[in-house]
Design a protein around this ligand. Structure first.
Ligand code: OGA
Ligand code: NI
Length: 381
């Protein structure tokens, strides 16, 4: 908890945009990943239509057209959702109800913000006490290897923590767009939560209740900016991690792939479908569902030819609520796998250590079950 109150970074902040624009042919040592973490980029460069099967995947696609018109989900839809959350932890969603125009406008406004000179963005420089603002690292460990990205992080909900005066004033449309985009994506999150609840065989409001109910949720937005990188084979835009919260709705760059999802020992690159969102299960969903649904590790690769932008909307539990496996999903055969913890405490870990795969969730595994459930090792991978 103490580290979450740190007011400053352990080392001076360097903007990745500055490094990228300086034209250096080699990246500084701080950004070079150890060999085991480096991406192998060769197969990803295979042109479209050639054999990309080994590295390019399409994660399951969920089509919400029916529920958008009739309000109900068919059994088949619920089965698809269950499969995606169980086996992949990721899916793309189409006909989701958020307009293409709003998605495009929000993304392009953020692109415009990141293209401003670094000096124009410094007034929003963030610190590790809240992370709110313009940032270039996650985690406060001295001499940590850094990721090749800058970002802007903000709190969207609850309304009591929302402070648009801390959001970018340029481009002038951005604040309004953030509000509208957040509102629409929140609606989508609620629709998904109810479908995911039903896909577990539970009542439609099951997950909403588990996370505090009604308007008692937290939502944050992180706009990620991945500048061109002269040595993309040595660096990562975002190191392997799982998302700590409940559900993440990612708006990817339609022109540049970069998100990779772990499948066993392999990293597969997601191919974004136009106007789809990429949805992924967060650690808190894994805890509440007692690992029936899983958060899956993912990371971002960068490239030397194109910059990339993405908007990650994190839908999280209320920060002071104790999160634990739901009674409905705990049985004699499948005892509660995780100890209770508040989301605030949980988030502090990632904010201190930075992205570290799924080590945090592993640390919540109850001692008693650690010995008796070898299956857990697999679940937490
Ligand atoms: C994240 C994330 C993926 C991306 O912000 O947590 O995983 O494609 N982003 O930027
Ligand atoms: Ni993520």
């Amino acid at each position: 908890m103490m580290t979450s109150r740190l007011r400053s970074w352990p080392e001076p902040i360097v903007r990745v945009q500055t490094l990228s624009e300086s034209g250096i042919p080699r990246i500084p040592e701080r950004y070079v990943k150890p060999p085991s973490e480096r991406p192998s980029l060769i197969p990803n460069l295979a042109p479209r239509g050639r054999d990309r099967t080994r590295d390019s995947i399409n994660i399951p696609v969920i089509d919400l057209a029916d529920i958008m018109s009739s309000g109900d989900g068919s059994t088949l839809l619920l089965e698809h959702i269950s499969y995606a959350c169980r086996e992949w932890g990721f899916f793309q969603v189409v006909n989701h109800g958020v307009s293409d125009e709003l998605m495009g406008a929000a993304r392009e406004a953020w692109r415009e913000f990141f293209r401003l000179p670094v000096e124009a963005k410094q007034e929003y420089a963030n610190d590790p006490s809240t992370y709110e603002g313009y940032g270039s690292r996650i985690g406060v460990e001295r001499e940590a290897t850094l990721d090749w990205s800058d970002y802007f992080f903000l709190y969207h909900s609850p309304g009591s923590v929302r402070n648009p005066s801390k959001w970018p004033a340029h481009p002038p449309s951005l604040r309004e767009l953030i509000l509208e985009y957040g509102k629409e994506v929140t609606e989508l999150c609620k629709r998904l939560l109810s479908l995911i609840s039903r896909s577990l065989g539970c009542e439609a409001d099951f997950l909403e209740r588990a996370f505090g109910g009604g308007e008692e949720f937290g939502a944050c937005l992180r706009a990620n900016f991945y500048p061109k990188c002269p040595q993309p084979d040595l660096a990562l835009g975002l190191s392997a991690h799982s998302d700590p919260g409940f559900l993440t709705i990612l708006l990817p760059d339609p022109h540049v792939a970069g998100l990779q999802v772990r499948q066993g020992d392999h990293w597969a690159t997601v191919e974004p479908i136009p106007n789809a969102f990429i949805v992924n299960v967060g650690d808190q969903m894994q805890v509440v569902t007692n690992a029936i649904y899983r958060s899956v590790e993912h990371r971002v690769i960068v490239n030397s030819a194109k910059e990339r932008i993405s908007l990650a909307f994190f839908y999280n539990p209320k920060s002071d609520l104790l999160i634990q496996p739901a009674q409905e999903l705990v049985t004699e055969d499948r005892p509660a796998l995780y100890s209770p913890m508040t989301y605030e405490e949980y988030r502090t870990y990632i904010r201190t250590k930075g992205p570290r795969g799924k080590s945090q969730l592993q640390s919540l595994v109850r001692l008693a079950t650690k010995k008796s459930t070898p299956e857990l090792l697999r679940l937490n991978k």
